[in-house]
Design a binder for this molecule. Structure first.
Ligand code: FES
Length: 203
């Protein structure tokens, strides 16, 4: 069903400068965390070209046509940065709301985390698998819908990267909301925290 609650009215925040991200990625950390749009809503940046070792075309918007406003009209979403390859995703699994940093950061046999060969992100809570290079679509596990993408803008002259919106609500519809229906992005029962950067540790 179409959503008319308005995902169009998002703030524009500076979230990082390209130099911060490049410094972190060159140290071997595949992601850069930030909060958007609220301070307890964790998201992460990832450079898909660095991750996959090859240029990445625009990624499909799995939520195309599902929400009102301009974001719902974008068939594909472009990366930002010098190679148009930096994307941002919600760091909260849409199944039952587990936060994803731990498994993004830690990759081991029992806890696959972020498969950097294929850009598959694994939620350890119940095994959902998201394919980042295809817009966060679900390729396994119980997640009922794709991982939301945060829309970015890049200022070439300063190198600043801004978050300007998202393509879908972060939380699953299966989670009862305690906030008005026009505020789909915030559930006060959750108290996520956003990891500081750099925060990667492979284990
Ligand atoms: Fe991620 Fe259930 S919360 S798979």
């Amino acid at each position: 069903a179409n959503n008319t609650d308005g995902l169009a009215g998002f703030p524009k925040y500076k979230i990082a400068n390209i130099k911060d991200i490049q410094q972190q990625l060159s140290s071997g950390c595949p992601v850069y965390f930030f909060a958007y749009p609220l301070t307890n809503e964790p998201c992460f940046l990832v450079d898909l070209q660095v991750l996959l070792g090859q240029p990445v075309p625009e990624i499909p918007n799995p939520y195309y046509g599902q929400y009102a406003g301009p974001l719902g009209q974008m068939k594909t979403i472009s990366g930002v940065g010098p190679n148009n390859s930096i994307y941002a995703f919600s760091d909260v699994c849409v199944h039952l709301g587990c936060q994803l940093p731990a498994q993004v950061l830690v990759t081991s046999e029992n806890n696959p985390g972020l498969d950097t060969q294929n850009s598959v992100l694994h939620c350890p809570c119940h095994g959902s698998l998201y394919l980042l290079a295809k817009g966060g679509v679900v390729i396994g596990g119980p997640a009922p819908r794709p991982l939301p993408i945060i829309l970015l803008e890049y200022d070439q002259s300063s190198g600043d990267i801004y978050a300007v919106g998202t393509n879908a609500p972060y939380f699953s519809a299966s989670i009862p909301r305690t906030t008005p229906s026009d505020n789909l992005l915030y559930d006060p029962r959750y108290d996520y925290s956003v990891p500081s950067n750099p925060s990667c540790s492979k284990g």
